[in-house]
Ligand binder design. Structure first.
Ligand code: AP5
Length: 206
């Protein structure tokens, strides 16, 4: 399955919960790129500048990274993609790779949140570098023993978020009809408590 939606829609938050429900790996292109940046690999060096500015990392870099990841043994029983595909060439490359592997998609879950709520969600996000947990200063505050170590992502500034939202509307939204035509698209209202949104996601998947 694929999780799609604007920056800050709650894809990573919901994916962490779905992993427990469906027992399949959560494959986040953003998390993989951030890990590469942290480790200082060639991939990370190539991606860093694009990410900080809220721009998309070039397709050839991201496509290879994800196709290699979904071919690993732990993805053989299913997987949950988060943040990929987000351009037409990425969607086409995934489609070709899945056809070659004889694998079909079960669902593409679109988490919808209006633009006016996105900036607040993104600029208030905090991440736990130890566990990877996602928090929000208002909507999901970290517990007291974690609060001192949470960090803010470099691209969670007002400026970079505006750019990311623009990229989402221009490059990612146009791929949604491709999945709708195949009958795979499940729309979920992403406004509500974390638990309410989780329930809606599970309902459309079951
Ligand atoms: P990526 O990491 O994929 O970022 P994104 O798509 O912009 O998504 P986010 O991680 O910002 O948001 P999310 O939907 O996961 O929301 P979250 O659950 O954290 O990509 C980052 C960058 O990497 C890109 O800009 C690009 O440069 C590069 N990149 C990645 N993939 C790429 C690709 N395929 N091609 C090219 N480049 C690529 O929630 C957000 C906040 O809201 C949190 O604080 C959370 O606590 C809070 N929240 C969640 N749900 C709720 C709720 N129901 N109510 C209130 N608050 C909530």
């Amino acid at each position: 399955m694929i999780l799609v939606g604007p920056p800050g829609a709650g894809k990573g938050t919901q994916a962490a919960r779905l992993v427990d429900t469906f027992r399949i790996p959560h494959i986040s292109s953003g998390d993989m790129l951030r890990a590469a940046v942290k480790e200082g690999t060639e991939l990370g060096k190539a991606a860093d500048g694009f990410m900080k500015a809220g721009k998309l990392v070039p397709d050839d870099v991201v496509i290879g990274m994800i196709l290699e990841r979904i071919a690993r043994p732990d993805a053989a029983g299913g997987f949950m993609l988060d943040g990929f595909p987000r351009t037409a060439p990425q969607a086409e490359a995934l489609d070709r790779a899945l056809q070659q592997a004889g694998v079909g998609l079960d669902a593409v879950v679109l988490i919808e949140v209006p633009d006016e709520l996105i900036i607040e969600r993104v600029t208030g996000r905090r991440n736990d570098p130890v566990t990877g947990a996602i928090y929000h200063v208002t909507y999901n505050p970290p517990p007291a023993d974690v609060a001192a170590r949470v960090v803010q992502r470099k691209d969670d500034t007002h400026e970079a978020c505006t750019e990311r939202l623009d990229k989402y509307h221009r490059e990612t939204e146009p791929i949604i009809p491709f999945y709708q035509q195949q009958g795979l698209l499940k729309r979920v209202d992403g406004v509500g408590s974390l638990d309410e949104v989780s329930q809606r996601v599970v309902d459309v998947l079951r």
